[in-house]
Design a protein around this ligand. Structure first.
Ligand code: PGA
Length: 260
């Protein structure tokens, strides 16, 4: 079913702590193999324990500041950096500051520019000038979105402004404590994400079980944008028992199904 070049790797953590360690180990391994390779990073709840584990390792001097260009994945349209709910503020809080990455060096995707077409072209050109994406660390939306590539998004979807789906607005409402959730996002295109050499997909929780199954074991479909991630040369899915329950290695074409 899949058109990927290689086998997906499905790594299943048996605890929250194991999930954080596993995610950090995988990301660190990719950085060790290619220290200069541009890395695009998701925000959202799922990566937080992984980022905190990386930060803890950095604080213990077991991990140096990443040398690679860091790339912003997505942003709400209309939100300033100074708004703590902006995705850049989130990235800064959870990743850049703890790992001592210079925020001014990040390849930004801003949701406040007057000309979003131009912002998207500038962003794509900056990523290309950095040598293209090497690593994409992604979460999985409840509707199969990656970044704000909402369904339907095909494999050539460009970096663009998108209306957020009702599912995403509902899912994001938990970060907004009752305030009105933005209805538009700007996102790195699915086409750009699929150009990465390595994708690390972080998925945790029983509420992600069905969409994980559709993403890795169902047919490719614009209705499940994450289903195209199987096309990248190396897809590593870091998940937990709750999300992975019932998935078999055969279903995802994985040779191994280690549980850690
Ligand atoms: P979450 O978000 O990690 O907060 O569940 C994932 C996503 O919507 O991409």
């Amino acid at each position: 079913m899949s058109s990927r070049d290689g086998d997906a790797e499905l790594l299943v953590a048996s605890s929250d702590a194991a999930f954080a360690r596993l995610g950090a180990d995988v990301i660190r391994g990719v950085w060790d193999d290619c220290p200069e390779g541009a890395t695009i990073l998701a925000t959202g709840w799922t990566p937080i324990p992984v980022f905190r584990e990386l930060a803890a390792r950095h604080a213990r001097r077991e991990l140096s500041t990443p040398q690679c260009p860091i790339v912003q994945l997505d942003e709400y349209v209309g939100l300033e950096d100074s708004d703590p709910r902006s995705l850049f503020a989130w990235l800064d809080r959870e990743f850049l500051t703890p790992l001592e990455v210079d925020a001014s060096s990040v390849i930004r995707l801003r949701g406040t520019t007057a000309d979003s077409e131009q912002e998207c072209s500038r962003f794509d050109a900056a990523v290309a000038a950095a040598g293209g994406l090497h690593l994409a660390v992604l979460g999985l939306g409840p509707n199969g979105h990656v970044g704000f590539n909402e369904p339907p998004s095909g494999p050539n979807a460009r970096t663009r402004v998108v209306p957020l789906s009702p599912e995403s607005i509902a899912s994001n409402a938990r970060y907004w404590s009752g305030a009105e959730v933005p209805v538009e996002g700007i996102t790195a295109g699915l086409g750009l994400l699929l150009s990465a050499d390595v994708v690390v997909l972080l998925v945790a929780g029983a509420h992600k079980r069905e969409i994980l199954r559709r993403s890795v074991a169902g047919p490719e479909s614009p209705e499940v944008p994450a289903s195209y991630l199987r096309r990248v040369p190396r897809l590593i899915i870091v998940t937990d028992d709750d999300a992975a329950a019932g998935l078999t290695p055969e279903e995802i074409g994985s040779r191994h199904l280690p549980r850690i």
